[in-house]
Design a protein around this ligand. Sequence first.
Ligand code: HEM
Length: 252
Amino acid sequence: DHGSIPPSLSWSFAGPFGKFDQGQLQRGYKVYKEVCSACHSMNLVHYRNLTDPGGPGFSVAQAEALASEIQVKDGPNDAGDMFERPGRVADKFPSPFPNENAARAANGGAAPPDLSLMAKARGYERGFPQFIFDAFTQFQEKGPNYIHALLTGFESSPPEGFALPEGSTYNKYFPGHATKMPNPLADDQVTYDDGTPQKVDQYAKDVSAFLMWAAEPKLEERKRIGLQVMIFMIILAGLLYFTKKAVWADAH
Ligand code: HEM
């Protein structure tokens, strides 16, 4: 069982003119930081990326402040000693566990996967004929649709007749339905200071958008260049059409 098909949401980054919503990415970072990062690493994201164009739009000072909240193991120094120092923007997001075995041991045998590329990795694995249908719909949004569905798809008790293994939680959208991830979100768990509703559904949307940005940091740039290419091609096609007419004007 692949799990139920996640509903398609309308994302700000969908379509040829799509852009990330900076406020949403900043809120999504907060949800990741305060909730998900207790179990999940994001090894490919560095604090400096938070200031990249087409991203959450944090200022350099904000990124420096966020980085300085973590402690990083560094060294050896001149005396040959390892030491801890506050994080810098060149550091990557910290990992909650020292290694895979520790991650497994703390989570009932299932290591929480790195979330850097999760929005690209998930949601594409559907069988025939679903994948053909997917190719004609919002293919790019499959990942964030799935992550949002997963985070809102926990059920406190499994349906009649489903044998839930000890230590697992039932989730409508997780492939196989029995997951070792405990329901991580509850209403009012993360404080938003921009008046956005502090609801599980909203947290799930915001963190899914944040993970989409992490997996596709050049999304806006690619869409912009794609559009410019299309405009160029249309103009070129027009020029070629009139050139052809002029060149062949006498050839009756
Ligand atoms: C798996 C997202 C919080 C533990 C996953 C997966 C995603 C995800 C996308 C992969 C599911 C799949 O394989 O299809 C998130 C997000 C979180 C969050 C966005 C924050 C809102 C947590 C927390 C914990 C945790 C706080 C630990 C208490 C796990 C574990 C798995 C997992 C153990 C592996 C599940 C399995 O294979 O059975 N998570 N997670 N997650 N997560 Fe999380």
